[in-house]
Design a protein around this ligand. Structure first.
Ligand SMILES: Nc1nc2c(ncn2[C@@H]2O[C@H](COP(=O)(O)OP(=O)(O)O)[C@@H](O)[C@H]2O)c(=O)[nH]1
Ligand SMILES: [Mg+2]
Length: 214
């Protein structure tokens, strides 16, 4: 009777995700769950986003990693509230981990919560954590075949950030195919071509976020 056990775990996750969502709504916080492979540029994008929103939107961050606090330390330098979750081996964040991180988080002092999920193109997409939107990054260095090989994350995300566009002159990658295949998987997906490093496309992404702040 293994299948009922799995169903119960996912049901429990959904229940806790709903509680997280209720808590965030009560405090008027919009939450975005950022997912990608390791190294696609999540932390760099979060740093650029915080800088772009400074003085307009108060941001808080939850960092998810298997171990260590390197990303939280990077975010902490920008003087925004940050909590690090260490999953201790798990390849994704779940609602219970986010629920724990939200305990004591200064939700009354933020408008936007950015959650950096564990670097992985598969598992994070399977777990709702109470976010309002999932957004994924795909670095163009990963190649144009990724949407069709890893469809779930593209299907679950409201936004696709095609990152590291500054490297396009050095790569033989078909960005048009990435966008076409992502739209086949998810016709509603919003796509932004960005460089978290040099700021290309950040304005459009930040405007999208700004439009969702409660
Ligand atoms: N050229 C370039 N490098 C980037 C960009 N975004 C991130 N990187 C680099 O990619 C590496 C991984 O970035 P990081 O933000 O730590 O990725 P994460 O593992 O997804 O959080 C770092 O060396 C970043 O400087 C970008 O837009 N362009
Ligand atoms: Mg990171």
């Amino acid at each position: 009777m293994k299948i009922p056990v799995v169903a119960k775990i996912l049901e429990a996750n959904e229940r806790i995700a709903a509680e997280n969502r209720k808590l965030l709504k009560k405090h008027n916080v919009f939450a975005v769950n950022i997912m990608s492979s390791p190294g696609a540029g999540k932390t760099t994008l979060i740093e650029s986003t915080i800088k772009a929103l400074a003085g307009r939107v108060r941001v808080g961050v939850i960092e998810g990693d298997i171990q260590g606090t390197a990303d939280a330390e990077r975010i902490g330098k920008l003087e925004v509230p940050v909590v690090q979750i260490n999953t201790g081996g798990a390849c994704h964040l779940d609602a219970n981990m986010i629920g724990e991180a939200l305990r004591g988080f200064p939700l009354d002092r933020i408008d936007l919560l950015i959650i950096e999920n564990v670097g992985n193109l598969v598992c994070p997409a399977e777990f709702n954590v109470g976010e309002d939107a999932k957004a994924m990054l795909l670095s163009i260095t990963e190649g144009e075949d990724k949407p069709l090989k890893y469809p779930l994350m593209f299907q679950e995300s409201k936004v696709l950030l095609v990152n590291k566009m500054d490297l396009q002159p050095y790569l033989n990658v078909d960005v048009g195919k990435i966008k076409r295949d992502a739209r086949i998987l998810n016709p509603q997906i919003r796509i932004f071509e960005v460089s978290a490093r040099d700021g290309t496309g950040m304005k459009e992404w930040v405007e999208w976020l700004g439009g969702h702040i409660r």
